[in-house]
Write a protein that binds this ligand. Sequence first.
Ligand code: ADP
Length: 259
Amino acid sequence: TGAPGAGKPAKAGVPGVAAIIAVASGKGGVGKSTTSTNLALAMAANGLKVGLLDADIYGPSMPRMMGLSGKPDSADGKRLDPLVNYGIKVMSMGFLVAEDTPMIWRGPMVMSALTQMLRDVNWGELDVLVVDMPPGTGDAQLTMAQSVPLAGAVIVSTPQDIALLDARKGLNMFRRVDVPVLGIIENMSYFCCPNCGHRSDIFSHGGARAEADKLGIDFLGEVPLDIAIRETSDAGTPITIQQPDGVHAQTYRAIATRV
Ligand code: ADP
């Protein structure tokens, strides 16, 4: 631990984990956690052994989205056992502190918590560990990017200019620390009225694809704004689980194959 730049961080891998993929966004509220969850579930549906690490220390949402509660055990007295639902191993700060406890930690504590959730957890054998990163491009993001051998990062953005601008910052951060950016996902891409089927481009549309082209990175896909996506996440049965043959599950599974 320590401030970014204080000493050279060790990039030791996590034993048993073949690839670690970060899901990041330049700012909060763009659907990063929703995307991480459904992407992880889609990867599992595609036949991979998947873990999900909620690195959003200040606003953990994995317990609710993955329908998990309770405290992790430690079978060996050394490492925490992740909680499991839908065949996915999950670790979140939300399992370790009460939901209404404000996290007022300073940078170094956040960093050591992140490192512990990554390394002091019995992940077992995983094909991929999806890390739901904290929003933004601050200390926590840099620590993750520097201290973990990330196979790559996926950037989630809404189509709006401002979200894209923030996404660009995130992109540059990963590039600076030599983490390959696997592509960009446009979330809340458009809205289809459940009653009349009319499509509205609430946050404009296509911005992420245009931006990806401009930056020379892959455009991985677009997910519309759909109340079913929010309701299923809130209920702890994400859309990929709730409607496994539905259009959104198909989209997430297609994105999962491109990552
Ligand atoms: P972040 O992790 O970027 O802060 P969340 O994944 O928590 O964002 O999403 C913020 C809110 O938006 C949540 O209530 C979530 O259910 C909702 N949401 C995210 N993506 C969609 C979508 N495509 N359609 C409808 N609601 C969405």
